[in-house]
Each structure stands twice: as C-alpha cells, then as structure tokens.
Design a binder for this molecule. Structure first.
Ligand code: HEM
Length: 412
C-alpha cells in the first residue's frame, strides 16, 4: 500500500473507545470485510505482540467460535479485558471464562431456565412490568428514555427471574447502573476500570450470598433457588454459584439496556424505521422486529479469544498467544449473509444473526432479551405512546458495548 491509501488511513483505531463515541465506524468495518485475511490492529492493551487480529466477517467468526480448543475463553472474552497466554487465567469460575468440557457442566446449571419454552411463559409478567414502566411516564411530557425504560425494564426482569423481592428492585437497578458506568472505558485505563467493576461486584456477591440463605429457608420457583440447590448438591462450587448469579445480572442488563435505548433512538431519528416498526407490530411480527433491531444494533459489539496454538484463519497465520477480536457488529452487516445489510428490514428472511454470538458460548438469554424488546414495542403501540427527540442522544465511551447513556424525549 502506498501514500494515503494505506489501510491505517482509512480504518479507524478499533482498539480506542474514542472511535466509537460518535457512532459505530460501519464504513471502516465494511472496508475490512472486503479485504483478504484478518486485520492486525495495533493496540496498547494487547496481551501479546502489541496488537490483535480484528475478525470482521460472519463466516470467520463462526469458524473461530466453533473451535474452542484452538481459541480459548479462559484468558478473557472481550478487548481490552484479555490476559497473556499461557500464564494462568484469572476469574476462571465465571462461565464465560471457561472452555469445554468444564464449560458444558457449568452452563447446564442454569441454561435450561432460559430456554425458549420456559421463556415464552414469562410473557404475562414481563408485559406487566412493561405496562408499569409505561404508566410511570403517562403523565410526563419530557423525560430521558434511557433512564425510564432502558435502565428499568432489564433490571426489573432480571430481578424477577432471579427471585429478588420486589422491594429490592431499585437496588438491582442501582447496581446494574453502577456496573454499566464502571464498565465504560475511560482514560484512567484498564486498572481503574477493573477496580471499579470489582467494587460493585463485591456488593452484588454479598447480596447473592444472602439470597442463597433466604432461598434455602423459603424455596421458590426462581433462579436463586435453582442455583442454590445445585450448589448444595455439590454440582457447582460456592464461587461458581456467586459467579453465575453475578453473570446473569450483568450479562442480562447491559446488553438489553443497549437494545432498548438504541432501538428507540433509531425510531426517533428515522421516520422510515418508525413506520416499519408500527407496521411490523400491526402485522404481528414483533418477534422479527426485535431480532432486526438487535441485528443492526449489535449491543455486544465484540467478544475476544486467545489462540492456544498456531492456527490459520481466512489465510492469515495466527500465532499462539495472539488475541482475536470477533466483531459481531461488523458480521451482522456482512453482505454475503444479509441482503442490503445496512437497511432496517424486519421482514428479511435471513434472521440468523451473530448478535448473541455462536458456538458453545452462544448467549443463554437471547430468547429473554428478544421477548423484552418485542413486548416493549407491542405495549408502546397499544398505549399509543409517540415520542420525539428532545435533545441530543449521548453515547457511551466503549469499544465493547454499543452504549447509549442518554436519550432525551418528549411526547410527539
Ligand atoms: C440484547 C441482549 C443481549 C445480547 C446482545 C447478548 C449478547 C451476548 C453475547 C454476544 C454473548 C457471548 C456469546 C459468544 O461468546 O459467542 C453472550 C453470552 C451470555 N449471555 Fe447474553 N446477551 C443479551 C442478553 C442476555 C440476557 C437477558 C441474559 C440473561 C440471562 C444473558 C446471559 C448471557 C450469559 C449467561 C452468557 C454466557 C454464555 C456462555 O458463556 O456460555 N444475555 N450474550
């Protein structure tokens, strides 16, 4: 490459959270998908060789996620939270940070509780929560949609799934908000970020241990009780119990928060998307509508793996210890998989996205998250709520989550 056509000139620095502050760099990702092989992204927080491989095409990500023996999760699952290999791995009692065969046993402890048939039964109480949240703004003319909807709905839903008493719901909202804020990358660097996250996690874990005690005495049909029983039977350790409950809280919040906030931003900024949303709800395809919003938003923009051995991907030689960062946000707009990938189209027939990942670590909460978004749009339509932008939306400071932190709205 010569002069101004060098790839570094047209591809933004994907390792820098500032690249994502205004918007996701979709043009840069498209250029990368059109190039052969993987793209070497120089990166400060790299665990090896001063950078990582950016993986931007759908089929390359699927191939990597299908091979956990070559690409481990034990050394971190998203950039910049990845640690050198083969040094010992941190936080290994968290499901996301495990590889097969250990991963399968640990995942079994709770995955069935989030399966499609179980989750379909959640419809009535999720609808009740959504109606309650809508009723809360019925007499208000101006508000922050992120604050009133994106923060509350996922937190209330997760609190109910776990079996937290109703009076604890605001504590869950507070913790999940603090986790969200702590997870934002700042110029203070990764050490500050890890310390802030740990502080909130300690409080949550103390609460989860208390709930475990309560559920032993008063068992109920909820996730705390189910996991506490599995821990008491010795099928998972106490530390695994705590990591599981923490994971459900954290993984279920930040991503769904993003899906709810960003989908409304898209509607408010684009009349065609608003019209398509109304029509999709009226035609009874709000499940597909939710799926399409989550595809174009891709709340978890990337996940990462570390190579356990030298391995070739898309003609690129990846060396042992190299990090590969899997850009779901790019793969979900891969033109070889999705027709007119940048167009919002709830009627599209290619519905298998990578927004929830793939392979053994595929998100266990996908049915739950989609149901929340689906119900929200059905209930907003039923209540006749029409909103308009009332100020500039604010994005977060993250190259991991496609964050929106403020969405000022008013009644249209
Ligand atoms: C729109 C909302 C959501 C999105 C976009 C999302 C996305 C993801 C992604 C990308 C992964 C990693 C998959 C991989 O590495 O291949 C993941 C894993 C996971 N998610 Fe979600 N998620 C969402 C909602 C939820 C909810 C509501 C829960 C609540 C239970 C949840 C629980 C989990 C868990 C436990 C894992 C780890 C699975 C494993 O490592 O085996 N997620 N999610």
């Amino acid at each position: 490459m010569t002069g101004s056509t060098a790839v570094e000139d047209v591809i933004p620095d994907l390792s820098d959270p500032r690249t994502f502050v205004d918007a996701v760099p979709h043009d840069g990702f498209r250029r990368l998908r059109e190039r052969d092989g993987l793209y070497w992204q120089p990166a400060k927080a790299s665990p090896a060789r001063g950078g990582y491989w950016a993986v931007t095409r759908f089929e390359d990500i699927v191939a990597i996620e299908q091979d956990p023996s070559a690409f481990t999760s034990t050394h971190g699952v998203s950039y910049p939270m990845i640690f050198p290999f083969p040094a010992p791995a941190p936080m290994c009692d968290n499901l996301m940070f495990t590889d097969p065969p250990r991963h399968a046993g640990l995942r079994r402890a709770a995955a069935a509780g989030f399966g499609p048939r179980v989750v379909a039964n959640f419809d009535p109480w999720i609808r009740e929560i959504v109606r309650e949240v809508i009723a809360d703004v019925e007499s208000v003319t101006e508000f922050d949609y992120v604050d009133k909807f994106a923060r509350t709905i996922p937190a209330y839903v997760i609190a109910k799934v776990l079996g937290c008493p109703r009076e604890d719901r605001e504590r869950i909202v507070d913790w999940t908000n603090r986790l969200f804020a702590a997870g934002m990358q700042t110029e203070d660097g990764m050490a500050a970020q890890i310390a802030a996250v740990q502080l909130v996690q300690e409080e949550i874990q103390a609460y989860c241990a208390d709930m475990q005690e309560r559920k032993r005495k008063e068992p109920a049909d909820d996730m705390f009780t189910a996991l506490a029983k599995i821990a008491d039977a010795g099928d998972i350790t106490q530390s695994e119990f705590l990591q599981w409950t923490l994971l459900i809280l954290a993984a279920g919040f930040e991503t769904t928060h993003t899906a709810i906030g960003q989908s409304m931003r898209m509607i408010l900024e684009n009349e065609d998307i608003r019209a398509a949303t109304d029509r999709a709800v009226d035609e009874g395809i709000s499940g597909k509508l939710a799926n399409e919003f989550i595809r174009v938003i891709s709340p978890a923009m990337q996940m990462a793996r570390l190579a356990t051995r030298d391995v070739e991907v898309a003609g690129t030689q990846v060396l042992q210890g190299d990090a590969v960062v899997l850009y779901f946000v790019s793969a979900n707009r891969d033109g070889s998989v999705f027709a007119k990938p940048d167009t919002f189209n709830p009627w599209r027939t290619e519905t298998a996205t990578l927004a929830f990942g793939s392979g053994v670590h595929r998100c266990i909460g996908s049915y739950l998250a989609k149901l929340e978004v689906q119900i929200l749009f059905e209930e907003l339509r039923a209540a006749g709520i029409r909103l308009r932008l009332n100020g500039a939306p604010k994005r977060g400071w993250s190259n991991f989550i496609n964050q929106i932190t403020e969405l000022p709205v008013a009644r249209a």
